[in-house]
Each structure stands twice: as structure tokens, then as C-alpha cells.
Design a binder for this molecule. Structure first.
Ligand code: NAD
Ligand code: TYD
Length: 345
């Protein structure tokens, strides 16, 4: 796919990374239309897109990627489909896995069937480093075997397998990206970083699973989006590209950083019963994507400070979604866990 004046369908564009991608695309000024297609589940939010409503290049369609007729209509005339639409939270996949299979596997298959009807349309399947499973040493490369260990990551691996199958058998032009843990503005506050920020701002304890020494690579949403776009423009059909930073931190370190930035007390950090099947570490090598000219711009320290500041400046945004439905989920996920305060060093 070449550079300019593209029409791009962004499925799941009302969510966290999807809405950051829409913003990123419109800022680049290289597209003629950005068409968002989103079911608006609990994590999809029209507020994430409100600022684009005056832009004539932006269009919103409410729809489900499992609905073949709606998908076929939405895809008509598009040069590319970038699929962010998914159920995305590991803890929810332990409580209610059905929608993960439905949207992440079945929905991706529906998209692939639709893209198959338009041979000049490229699809990017946005996937995750979690498909590799726990990586205790070194860094995952794209040719490593997949070993998903929870229903979320298993459903994302299933979607990838279907994408590769459609490439091999039907020649569908598809590229897969596997991103690291992502943070930044507009992230629904069930995920670790925005959960901690908003809890501290409400004076509530922050729940750290187990010993808190699990490790993640953290990438800013803007860098994840530029990586996805690089794969879309320059990736080779049928190939997989990792998108990671070199920012490797324990959860406890991230928790202390957030508490410090907000001027809170470390006493808010509370160890709670671990997540079952909790992957100890994820780590990516992104050399393959870097060889296409991509590199991340954000360092974790400045990225997390900017993110905390965003949540400070946008209290209305997150207070509106920490609603009764959120409280019900919070109770289901955390209510039964045992707690203890963090050990002093
Ligand atoms: P999110 O939960 O914030 O957003 C998901 C979006 O998909 C929401 O707008 C939701 O309404 C929409 N959606 C859900 N089911 C749908 C359906 N059936 N049809 C249409 N729309 C539907 O998630 P996110 O964090 O922005 O993640 C986006 C993508 O990136 C996902 O595919 C996820 O697996 C992947 N990813 C996320 C991370 C991360 O750290 N957040 C890291 C790597 C990869
Ligand atoms: P999360 O944001 O759910 O992403 P993922 O599970 O996809 O990595 O969690 C990031 C890390 O933070 C992960 O190791 C689990 C941990 N975590 C907690 O310790 N407490 C929490 O309340 C949550 C939501 C996550």
C-alpha cells in the first residue's frame, strides 16, 4: 500500500488505542477519509472521538464486526482496514470469556471474509505480545512459538491464526502487529495504569497482584499507533511485526511512579491475591519493525508523567465512566481478593 490519500476503516476506533490512531491519522494529513466502525461496548466511547466531529474526513458508524452485512457496507471503497475491535481485558476474560471468543475470533473471521471480497484492500490485525505467553528471559521475536495462557490471549492468537490462514489460502493481504502493554490518554480505567491513577485521585488503594514483580514492556499509545501505521504502509503481506519499547518495568515500580507523580502515599499500594495464570514477564524485540524505519519516540518517565497529567486535566472524562457498571465489575474482580500492604524496603 502506498502513502497518500487513503480511505481507512478503523474498527474498534472508539476505544483506547483505536481513538489514538484516529487522532494520529488525522494529524498526519495523509488520508482522505477515516471511517470508524465500533459497537460501543463498555470500553468504546464517543467522547474519545468528539474532537474530530468537525473534520470532514472523519465518519462514525456504530456496528458489530460480527455482523457480516454491516461490515461489508462499511468496508466498501476502503484501501485498508485496521482492526482494533476486541474484548481486551485479561481479568474480564476470566470472568466472562464468551464475548472474547465471539468478537476476537469470530469477528476477525467476519472481517477477513469481507476483505477477501476486495483484493486491493489491506488489513492490519492488531494483536498483542501476550500471544507469546510468559517470557522469563530474552525477548520474543516474531518466529517464536505462541503459547497463550489466558482466554484473552488465546482468543487473540486464534484471530492471528485465522488471518494467516486467509492469507495463505485466499491471498488476503494481511499484516499482523503484536504490541506491548500500552498507556496514554483515553485508556479505560480497568487497565493497570489508568486504574492506579484514578484510584489515587479518589484516595483509594491501588491493587497490585501478587508480589508486583511481574514485568511488562510499556509503550506509549502514540508510538504503538505509529508502529501500526508503519506496518500498514511498509510491512510485507502475511508477515508479523512486534511493536515494543525498551522500557521494561516491574508493576511495583510503575505503581510507585504513579503514586509519586500524584503526590500520594506508598501506603496506598496494596498487594492483593494474584491473577490466575498471571504471565510473569512479556518482552519484545522490535528489530523487524525498526528495519522498516520505525522507532518509538516516548521514554517511559516522560510518557507516564504526561499521562498522569492528562488524567488530572480530564477528570470529567474518567469520572463519567467510573459509573455503576464499573463499580459492579470492580466488585466482581476485586471483591473476593485478600489484601496486604506493600512490604517496606
Ligand atoms: P479497548 O477495550 O479500549 O477498545 C476496544 C474497542 O473495540 C472499543 O471501542 C469497543 O467498543 C470495540 N469493540 C468491541 N467489540 C466490538 C465488536 N464486536 N464490534 C465492533 N467494535 C467492538 O481496547 P484497546 O486497549 O484500545 O485495544 C485495541 C486493540 O489493541 C485490541 O485488539 C487489543 O487486543 C490490542 N492491544 C492492546 C494493548 C493494550 O495494552 N491496551 C496492547 C497490545 C494490543
Ligand atoms: P493490565 O493492564 O491488565 O494488562 P495485561 O494483563 O494485558 O498485561 O495489567 C498490567 C499488569 O498489571 C499485569 O501484570 C497485571 C497487573 N495488574 C495488577 O497488578 N493489578 C491490577 O489491578 C491490574 C488491572 C493489573
Amino acid at each position: 500500500m502506498s502513502g497518500d490519500r487513503q480511505i481507512i476503516l478503523v474498527t474498534g476506533g472508539a476505544g483506547f488505542i483505536g481513538s489514538n490512531y484516529v487522532s494520529w491519522l488525522l494529524d498526519q494529513n495523509t488520508v482522505s477519509e477515516v471511517r470508524v466502525f465500533d459497537k460501543l461496548t463498555y470500553s468504546g466511547n464517543r467522547e474519545n472521538l468528539r474532537r474530530f466531529e468537525g473534520d470532514r474526513r472523519y465518519r462514525f458508524i456504530q456496528g458489530d464486526i460480527c455482523d457480516a452485512a454491516a461490515v461489508a457496507d462499511a468496508i466498501e471503497g476502503c484501501d485498508a482496514v485496521v482492526n482494533f475491535a476486541a474484548e481486551t481485558h485479561v481479568d474480564r476474560s476470566l470472568l466472562e470469556p464468551a464475548s472474547f471468543i465471539e468478537t476476537n475470533v469470530h469477528g476477525t473471521w467476519v472481517l477477513l471474509e469481507a476483505v477477501r471480497q476486495f483484493p486491493s484492500t489491506r488489513m492490519v490485525q492488531v494483536s498483542t505480545d501476550e500471544v507469546y505467553g510468559a517470557v522469563l528471559d530474552g525477548r520474543s521475536v516474531e518466529s517464536d512459538p505462541l503459547h497463550p495462557r489466558n482466554p484473552y490471549s488465546a482468543s487473540k492468537a486464534g484471530a492471528e491464526m485465522m488471518a494467516i490462514a486467509y492469507h495463505e489460502t485466499h491471498g488476503v493481504d494481511v499484516v499482523i502487529t503484536r504490541g506491548s502493554n500500552t498507556y496514554g490518554p483515553f485508556q479505560y480505567p480497568e487497565k493497570f495504569i489508568p486504574l492506579m491513577i484514578t484510584n489515587v485521585m479518589e484516595g483509594q488503594a491501588i491493587p497490585v497482584y501478587g508480589d508486583g514483580l511481574q514485568v511488562r514492556h510499556w509503550i506509549h499509545a502514540e508510538d504503538h499507533c505509529s508502529g501500526i501505521h508503519t506496518a500498514l504502509l511498509r510491512g510485507e503481506s502475511g508477515e508479523v511485526y512486534n511493536i515494543g519499547s525498551d522500557e521494561e518495568h516491574t508493576n511495583l515500580h510503575v505503581a510507585r511512579t504513579v503514586v509519586d507523580l500524584l503526590g500520594g502515599s506508598d501506603d496506598l499500594i496494596t498487594h492483593v491475591t494474584d491473577r490466575p495464570g498471571h504471565d510473569r514477564r512479556y518482552a519484545l524485540s522490535s528489530d523487524k519493525l525498526r528495519s522498516l524505519g520505525w522507532s518509538p519516540k516516548w521514554e517511559f518517565d516522560s510518557g507516564i508523567a504526561a499521562t498522569v497529567e492528562w488524567y488530572r486535566q480530564n477528570e470529567n472524562w474518567w469520572r463519567a465512566i467510573r459509573d455503576a457498571r464499573f463499580t459492579e465489575y470492580y466488585q466482581a474482580n476485586y471483591g473476593h481478593r485478600q489484601t496486604r500492604q506493600t512490604d517496606r524496603e
